[in-house]
Write a protein that binds this ligand. Structure first.
Ligand SMILES: Nc1ncnc2c1ncn2[C@@H]1O[C@H](COP(=O)(O)OP(=O)(O)OP(=O)(O)O)[C@@H](O)[C@H]1O
Ligand SMILES: [Mg+2]
Length: 362
């Protein structure tokens, strides 16, 4: 059967752990059911924890069970996001991989051809008017097109990185998650939960979606230390000194991306954080205002954890401003409150990255 998967899944390392999560996902999405059934899952997890790897494994499983997989990504375009981007990717790839099928879908639901740039010329000129579809009509057309595709084989729709979705994509998802499908159409969407600060537009959307019937939210936990150890041994088949291996496992805190980067750094004999890792971690800091950033930098000097009392002595902010600065750092998932009087970095590596980034005078 023709399936639609990206090349990226071809050359990945074996999956470590995650067998429970895979089984749970497959069940929630109707894969294991005697008759394929629809389901929807929102997968939340920290950056680098392994959402995409898990979804790649899931796609491979669904493909083996003769589901058609449609994959779309949201990208970080800031304020200039392209509307319906992941759906354009999905239907665009359908156009290239299965032109005849895409054409029949576009003919039956002309609105969808707006998401298939290559398909427009094939449409009857009389229907060109229909391309200037209203937003609501486009959303209905996508729903109907998925329904049509799923008549032949059950359909799994995978949308990655919804924390970057623009409003149009969130609206489309709201509709697909709330409107039932007659045919088996399952939807799984991933997002970085550590990106969802209080005013993040996805935050309210996810809260609503998770209350819809048939939609489940799963928080992808960090890997266990045993799994990280296995992962490190796969990445670095030549034996590492136990001390180095242990240090990587401890520093990675269950995050697969951190583990990969730390192994790469260890291979180069480096003790400081690799640039890619520091960049990923420090992006979070760029979102803070000057006062929060000051409080966070001061915290890094104390190590991973610091008391409020110590911070108020060393940070040049009055009590109210320091409280506000710390609250913003907590909302942005940089710091977490510990007990009643302290704050800690969410990851020890974040503390390291911030500390390494300090200027000599600071
Ligand atoms: N269980 C696992 N077994 C083997 N490798 C893994 C596992 N989980 C993640 N990885 C690897 O770790 C790296 C980071 O994982 P992945 O890209 O899936 O994270 P993510 O949660 O999607 O991050 P982001 O939020 O940045 O998209 C990848 O190279 C991936 O292949
Ligand atoms: Mg990912």
């Amino acid at each position: 059967m023709m399936v639609l998967v990206p090349l990226e899944s071809a050359s990945i390392r074996p999956l470590v752990g995650r067998s429970e999560e895979i089984d749970q996902l497959a069940e929630l999405l109707g894969l294991g059911a005697p008759v394929p059934a629809s389901g929807a899952v929102l997968i939340a997890g920290d950056a680098g924890v392994g959402k995409s790897r898990l979804l790649a494994e899931l796609r491979a499983r669904f493909r083996d069970s003769d589901w058609r997989v449609l994959l779309g990504h949201c990208l970080d375009f800031g304020d200039s996001a392209l509307p319906y981007l992941p759906f354009t990717e999905m239907f665009g790839r359908l156009t290239t991989d299965s032109p005849a099928l895409a054409e029949s879908v576009a003919k039956a639901h002309p609105g969808v051809s707006r998401l298939m740039p290559g398909m427009r010329r094939l449409i009857d000129p009389d229907e060109v008017q229909a391309l200037r579809v209203e937003r609501g009509d486009l959303i209905e057309a996508v729903h109907a097109a998925l329904e049509q595709l799923a008549k032949a084989v059950p359909l799994l729709v995978v949308i990655e990185d919804v924390h970057w979705a623009d409003q149009s994509t969130r609206e489309m998802l709201s509709f697909l998650l709330s409107r039932q499908f007659v045919q088996p159409v399952s939807v799984v969407a991933s997002y970085r939960s550590d990106d969802l600060h209080r005013r993040h537009p996805l935050r309210a959307a996810v809260a609503e979606w998770a209350r819809l019937p048939g939609v489940t939210r799963l928080q992808l936990a960090p890997l266990s230390d045993v799994d990280v150890r296995t992962l490190v041994q796969i990445i670095h088949p030549a034996p590492l000194a136990e001390l180095d291996l242990h240090a990587i496992v401890v520093r990675a805190e269950g995050n697969a991306f951190f583990a990969e980067e730390l192994v790469a750094a260890a291979e180069l004999g480096r003790r400081t954080l690799p640039d890619d890792l520091a960049d990923l971690l420090l992006v979070r800091l760029d979102q803070l205002d000057e006062a929060s950033s000051l409080a966070v930098r001061a915290t890094s000097v104390a190590g991973r954890r610091v008391s409020h009392a110590l911070l108020s002595r060393v940070v040049d902010l009055d009590d109210g401003a320091l409280d506000a600065a710390l609250r913003a750092a907590v909302e942005r998932n940089v710091l977490v409150p510990v007990g009643v009087d302290s704050y800690a970095f969410r990851h020890a590596l974040l503390a390291e990255a911030v500390y390494d980034d300090l200027l000599p005078g600071e």
